[in-house]
Design a protein around this ligand. Structure first.
Ligand code: ADP
Length: 663
């Protein structure tokens, strides 16, 4: 990351030229007559400060900023890091159709395609490359881009960098290091949802000065925000009524659970409405089919979990219903932001009620590891050698901590200076010779032939594939890992074999520190508790937003840093200031004892004794009864038992108290 240029003032002349050039390039390549709000400012910040933050609402035209900048610099690669694979594909196709050499690297690529992309990157032909943040864990990828001129390092969904943000991803913290190591000439952070404190985190992490931070208003004048919390019992009927009464238009209904998505879709279909279901539990082809027919307007209603919508650029969504409360205002704004991108009036309506809160809270509460598991894991890490390797997949099972959460624990340990991650590496490679093993041996020179013979005899040679375990190969051939890796890559580059890495292991180095098992466990518990609280506070703000007796639009704008927004004049409150927005519904009628009878209680006690790993902690029992799975409940095969999720309708606190009282 270079900031040295920012001290040298860019002359007014050069700024004027830059603007003119940018505007002409916009017209020539993208065919747009003018910039949208903030776009030119972002480009100028990149030109002058070599770094920028673009905080535009969804659909505000963030992507254009790096796409255009890539064409304003004479050479170099624009590396776009984005977690949204689907979005990458559409953008790449679009850029290619405009004559810009662009690609994405992900696991779906065919070998031939990947080889071409790699060649284009090495030759400098490639101008824009999209990758997911995890791609940097791949040593081959790192080797590929390390020597390349990176004219811009663009970080999409940059709010994921903030530990206290609503969607922290440990992999994002590492991006900062990569941008520096790659000596990127400019850095751009992009996001649609960031509160002022998250903006600060992004600026700090990526060294973006305040004057290079371009924040446009989140205000969307064509969105009509309706808030009508409905009792659970009649909620579906109200939804059906709305869908039947509205002018036909593309609609999305958001729900929290996959199960709810299925149920609601069924009821809408029964009522004769053209609805389809979409959630992460469906097969990929099924999801693609539903999305496509919705895009084409064949079925105008989709009932979906939040898995739907990321990276979808459909401009004429007219209605969005939140059947359940969203988990944060950040999610809410992102979800309603999918309506009315064409600028035409669109209606978004919140039907969720206070009963949804328990369900949403239990997600957060379920992510926090149990104290005992955390302690055991800390003991394991502190007991490791100075240099050690781990596989989060296996550890996740041994310590019954979700993989994602384990990643967070390890990141915390890094941030506390206890461990440092080295280069993650693959433990093995699968080599698939093209035209047989003999062809390889016949095509290479005699010295290489002897090497490959050694390598193959140190590997497991099957009918189609040759599986090489790197540690064994190093030991048996006497060559170092680097040489072996290069030779495997050589086969691929010369069309002699397909290769595929396997078994990702993360290597760590222990650093000097003062922590004991006790003090570290305590510190980690503290951090998880703080995060848990931040999540629950965000959830509470959703309730406050729903219930506020003030302009709904202004409430959101204030949350995102607008200090003095005026009332919008057309939200639920502005049109009827006396309305009751209470989200409260009658408390759950039954008692736990009415659902969990004494025979079942006995069964639960037995299960707890039989499966100590899955259920040997009150927190785990609570989660189990709420229907929240963990690596150990999966391994113990007890999620089909009728006790699993039996108390899903009760709140976390209530079940927690019950379990603790069981003795
Ligand atoms: P974001 O990434 O902020 O959600 P996109 O970059 O996907 O938004 O842009 C949304 C849409 O707006 C795209 O279809 C894009 O082509 C279009 N767009 C972007 N910039 C302009 C512009 N200056 N003029 C007209 N349309 C634009």
């Amino acid at each position: 990351m270079s900031t040295s240029d920012s001290s040298s003032p860019v002359s007014r002349e050069s700024t004027r030229d830059f603007r003119q050039n940018a505007t002409q390039t916009l017209e020539r390549i993208f065919g747009w007559p003018a910039f949208r709000d903030g776009q030119l400012e972002v480009l100028e910040a990149l030109h002058e400060h070599k770094s920028a933050l673009a905080l535009f609402p969804t659909g505000g035209g963030k992507s254009l900023c790096y796409q255009l900048y890539s064409q304003l610099v004479p050479t170099g690669l624009t590396l776009v890091v984005s977690p949204l694979i689907a979005l990458m594909k559409d953008q790449v196709d679009d850029l290619r159709s405009r004559g810009i050499s662009a690609a994405r690297i992900d696991s779906s690529l065919e070998w031939e395609e990947l080889r071409q992309i790699k060649d284009d990157i090495r030759s400098g032909e490639m101008r824009i490359l999209y990758v997911a943040p995890e791609r940097f864990n791949n040593e081959n990828f790192r080797a590929l881009v390390e020597g390349v001129e990176i004219s811009l390092f663009a970080v999409d969904e940059a709010h994921c960098i903030s530990q206290w943000g609503h969607n922290f991803r440990p992999d994002y913290l590492k991006l900062v290091e990569f941008a520096e190591r790659l000596e990127a000439k400019a850095v751009l952070a992009l996001t649609a949802t960031a509160t002022p404190s998250v903006v600060e985190d992004i600026q700090l992490a990526l060294k973006i000065p305040q004057e290079a931070s371009i924040i446009t208003s989140a205000y969307r004048p064509n969105l009509f925000i309706e808030v009508n919390p409905q009792p659970t019992k009649t909620r579906t009927d109200v939804l059906i009524e709305r869908l039947q009464d509205q002018e036909p238009g593309t609609s999305i209904v958001y729900v929290t659970l996959q199960r709810t998505a299925e149920e609601v879709t069924h009821e809408l279909q029964e009522a004769g409405l053209p609805a389809k279901v979409y959630h992460a539990g469906l097969k990929a082809e099924e999801r693609a089919k539903v999305q496509e027919s919705w895009m084409l307007g064949r079925n105008r209603i989709v009932v979906a979990t939040i898995a739907f919508g990321m990276g979808i650029d459909k401009s004429d969504v007219r209605y969005i219903y939140h059947y359940n409360l969203p988990k944060s205002l950040e999610s809410y704004v992102q979800e309603i932001g999918r309506a009315g991108r064409d600028g035409e009036p669109s209606r978004v309506e919140l039907l969720g009620n206070g009963e949804d809160v328990a369900q949403l809270a239990s997600f957060t509460l379920g992510d926090t590891p149990a104290d005992n598991d955390l302690r055991a894991f800390v003991e394991f890490i502190l007991g490791e050698d100075e240099n050690f390797e781990i596989s989060t997949y296996h550890l996740s099972r041994s310590y019954d901590i979700r993989q994602l959460t384990l990643g967070t624990v390890l990141t915390y340990m890094e941030l506390l200076g206890i461990i440092k991650q080295g280069t993650p590496r693959y433990t093995g490679y699968q080599i698939t010779p093209i035209g047989g093993k003999e062809r390889i041996l016949n095509r290479v020179n005699p010295a290489a032939k002897a090497f490959y013979q050694k390598l193959f005899s140190a590997s497991k040679v099957g009918y189609k594939h040759i599986n090489t375990d790197m540690d064994i190969a190093v030991k048996e051939t006497g060559y170092d890992r680097d040489k072996i890796l290069k030779s495997i890559n050589y086969l691929e580059q010369n069309g002699l074999a397909y290769t595929k890495p396997s078994g990702l292991k993360k290597g760590y180095k222990k650093l000097e520190h003062e922590f004991t098992v006790d003090s570290l466990t305590e510190e980690l518990i503290r951090r998880f508790t703080v995060r848990e609280k931040a999540d629950l506070d965000r959830l509470q703000l959703v309730v406050d937003f729903a219930e506020t007796q003030s302009c709904k639009t202004a409430y959101i704008l204030r949350y995102f840093g607008d200090e003095n927004p005026s009332d919008c004049g057309h939200c639920a409150w502005c049109v009827d200031k006396n309305r009751d927005f209470s989200t409260a519904v009658a408390a759950h009628e039954g008692k736990i004892e009415d659902v969990l009878f004494s025979e079942q209680l006995a069964e639960l006690q037995t299960l707890i004794e039989e499966k100590p790993k899955a259920l040997g902690d009150p927190r785990k029992v609570t989660r189990y009864l709420l229907g929240i799975s963990s690596p150990a409940t999966g391994a113990a095969r007890i999620t089909r038992n009728k006790l699993f999720g039996l108390l899903a309708d009760f709140g976390y606190a209530e079940v927690d108290a019950f379990v603790k009282g069981m003795g």
